[in-house]
Write a protein that binds this ligand. Structure first.
Ligand code: SF4
Length: 247
């Protein structure tokens, strides 16, 4: 995460993960993301990343990437799907009119349009599927992450070019929907699916969290502690965090 100061404007550049992990897990993480502190990922994160790569490789080997034409993109009735390794998300927010901007960069697992609804689908691997048995809603960080993707524009440009608004595009749609698929790390079987259509209420929830995220980064408000010992125990920042309840 970084703050870029130009003559007449300030731009906060962060990842979707910086946002969802701060606002959906612990606000104290903002300080560490800003300082560029990145503790090593937990073994479950590494394994989850490997499973994602396996799925991407499988898709590459078994499905042919077909370019989507401008006509197909603009035809709202046309079902389309983007190839996951060729598209990035850019969420833009004007925090303070013409002065402070936020850009969240990311890459969603699946982006497609079906029957006029724009869908983002994300897969999470867990080594502990039982913890989802009684859950009817995804965890807050999972929800905020997918909502940030869903309300982004997209780019298929690489490197610096992907930050150039000229390369950004929207996917015309009537509604927005999201799917979070939870898979067992070992068997790769789906154990739970959370899904929903974006309502005004959910959109407001995202914007409220985005505003608070910006306020935390700019030091306008102080982080609130969740006071949950278990969260600190399993947090990858707990070795260096001065607010850790475990220390
Ligand atoms: S150790 Fe606890 S307080 Fe510190 S960032 Fe992690 S969850 Fe937050």
């Amino acid at each position: 995460m970084r703050i870029v100061q130009d003559e007449d404007k300030t731009t906060i550049v962060a990842t979707v993960t910086d946002f969802s992990e701060s606002m959906g897990y612990c606000e104290h993480r903002v300080e560490y993301f800003l300082a560029g502190i990145k503790p090593p990922p937990k073994p479950e994160m590494i394994k989850g990343g490997e499973k994602h790569e396996e799925e991407e490789k499988y898709e590459e080997e078994h499905f042919e990437a077909v370019a989507i034409t401008d006509e197909e993109l603009s035809d709202i009735e046309k079902d389309i799907e983007f190839f996951r390794d060729k598209i990035y998300t850019r969420f833009l927010f004007e925090f303070d009119k013409n002065k402070i901007f936020l850009i969240l960069i990311g890459r969603a697992d699946k982006i497609y349009r079906s029957k006029g609804t724009l869908f983002i689908e994300d897969t999470k691997f867990t080594k502990n599927p039982e913890k989802y048995t009684d859950l009817f809603e995804p965890y807050e960080d999972q929800k905020l992450q997918i909502l940030a993707y869903l309300n982004s524009v997209f780019t298929d440009a690489e490197g610096d070019e992907s930050f150039n608004p000229v390369s950004w595009f929207s996917v015309p749609h009537k509604k927005k929907g999201w799917i979070i698929r939870i898979k067992d790390m070992n068997s790769k079987k789906t154990v739970k699916i959370f899904k929903g259509i974006q309502s005004k209420e959910i959109e407001n929830l995202l914007i409220e969290n985005i505003r608070r995220f910006c306020s935390l980064i700019l030091g306008i408000v102080e982080p609130q502690h969740h006071n949950n010992f278990k969260k600190c125990l399993s947090c990858r920042f707990n070795k260096e965090c001065k607010d850790c309840l475990e220390n």
